[in-house]
Design a protein around this ligand. Sequence first.
Ligand code: MSP
Length: 517
Amino acid sequence: MTSSRGHNGQVPNRFSVTTPIYYVNDVPHIGHAYTTLAGDVLCRWRRLHGDDVHYLTGTDEHGLKIQRAAEAQGVAPKEWADRTAVRFEQTWSELQIRTDDFIRTTEPRHYAAVSKFLQAVYDNGYIYKGTYEGLYCVPCEAYYADDELVDDNCPIHDRPVESVVEENYFFKLSEFEDRLLEHYAAHPEAVAPDARRNEVLGFIRQGLRDFSMSRTSITWGVPLPWDPAHVTYVWFDALVNYCTAVGYGVDDERFDKWWPVDYHLVGKDILRFHAVYWPAMLMAAGLEPPRCVFAHGWLLVGGEKMSKTKLNQIFPHDLIADFGIDGYRYHFMADQRFGPDGDFSYEAMVTRYNADLANNFGNLASRVLNMAVNYCDARVPDVCENGTLRSLAESTYTDVAAAYDRLDFASACTSVWDLIRATNAYIEDRAPWALNKAGDSAATAAVIGDCLQTLRVVAVLAAPVIPNAAGELWRRLGHSDAVDGQRLPEAAAWGGLAAGNPLEKGDPLFPRLDVSD
Ligand code: MSP
């Protein structure tokens, strides 16, 4: 364990989150960004609690799909991967996603970890040689049985599969049925949401087939340590990235600190790999399964999954140009529930931006700061009404925390925005401008005091989702430190804004969008 101490002398809780590693045949679109953003928001939330966080993302660079994409461009697979991996890194930095590591499966550290992992599984007797004859979907990089096809096509991509006959090594997945069922019975929280757990259990109960974990027909992959004529099946290689990144095989202390992972965030399309194959592979290597695999739905565009061939992909950069970074982040966290499928619509994004960010959040901040500058000499008053807003502000943290515990980002946003709306309503009700006009400076100051205290709580609780606006609001409230350096839950307590803090009006935090064209 780490010896670094938290703010109150305790050893910080360690918290680790991963995204899938993305195939480099494609550049990042809003679907990839969705998972990666959610992980960032979750990690920011935990960092606000003083946790020692490890957030991992990266790229999946081997396999037939990448080999073919590179061939189509007339370049070597590694060169193709180099070009595309950087696009992912740039996109995450443009969205202000903070990662602790970016792993690429072509790195030497990953080759070393995969070899070690494979050897452990082989030595433990879970790999044998056989002949594979079957059907393969290249876009999925997955094998299918006849009865899994829909109209002879891959059930995910709706495209023909290829028939393959090869001498391969097989992984004895069939030996793990009971152990996986026992594991999920003892840890019902290990697959979420509930519907996804049922799906996984149903799949295991149908009976598990051994799967082919090596190929000889391609060379673009990690060679098997005991038989280098074979390269590792791309999924077997890819899943091990989660271990590579935290020191598997090279730094036991580091690995023991970070393993098992707290959350593997994945799309529903790759749930089976993460909740069936991966835990079995880990058990076979003598390692613990992940604590939770959380599968979210797809972001659809016009009711369809995005794909290059349908020409319906949307790229983060284009939306950031219109909505800003915080506008982008807010939309995908507040308006696209993390779990079910959701349809992306530009119009809905504009409407919600104007309603929640420009009107509710932005107007509230301007109104309150303006009044404080005009009626209270641009200082935080030393009085408060301590009325209804106080109790609402005090309960908001609990609601937001409960939502984050369920990875329900939309509800976390709703709770914060309920507080914002309640503050706007409170201002209407108490009409501080009338109190001021009537010369009641004590009552005016008390109402504004309540609003300012609430704004402080809003800034801290909204910071994981809209870090820039929250940081700017925090500064305008007279703080010289950073909002993301605060410590929850203390930072959400009522009355934390110091009387006398200098206040600043500033420009609108979220200018209204006009999309009349
Ligand atoms: N390389 C594998 C994952 C290996 S993890 C050890 C892979 N890559 S992928 O690039 O095809 O997709 C990865 C993930 O991107 C999906 O599971 C999902 O998390 C995300 N999404 C891709 N398209 C998406 C949508 N349209 N909507 C939401 N998420 C989507 O599979």
